[in-house]
Design a protein around this ligand. Structure first.
Ligand code: 9YT
Length: 131
């Protein structure tokens, strides 16, 4: 059994940031669960364009607020405590922070391996390692 406390991850190599997001990667590929598990903070007012071409992702909001726009349909959905979105179609999307910092719990399949940051399309590269 593994016990992971987010306060032990802050400031370590498992905490990764990009413009408009900070993520604590609580479980990575090397933890052997078959998915990675993250706590991501999106500050109020941020606007991010992501497209996880090589991953499926589920995201559950536990605090704050914001919105997500599905770029394929143009539809925008409000996000607040208790909302989950699942990018089951590798959906291109715009994520926006609202009036308060948003705290999101995220799972990736296949798992993120370490310190990936988004490429110019908003994707993480596929994992090509064997282990
Ligand atoms: C909200 C979202 O897409 N989170 C993805 C995970 C986070 N950006 C990370 O750990 O890279």
């Amino acid at each position: 059994m593994k016990i992971v406390r987010v306060q032990d991850i802050i400031g370590t190599e498992r905490e990764v940031s990009g413009p408009g997001w900070t993520s604590r990667r609580m479980l990575l590929k090397k933890d052997g669960m078959g998915f990675s598990f993250h706590e991501t903070i999106i500050p109020a007012g941020a606007e991010l364009n992501f497209w996880y071409k090589h991953h499926l992702e589920a995201v559950y909001c536990v605090a704050g607020n914001g919105s997500i726009t599905d770029k394929a349909t143009g539809e925008t959905h409000q996000i607040s405590d208790g909302t989950l979105y699942a990018l089951d179609q590798h959906d291109q999307h715009t994520l926006r922070g609202g009036t308060e910092d948003m705290r999101l719990i995220c799972a990736f399949n296949p798992p993120v391996t370490g310190r990936e940051v988004h490429d110019e399309d908003g994707a993480y590269l596929p994992d090509t390692s064997d282990s």
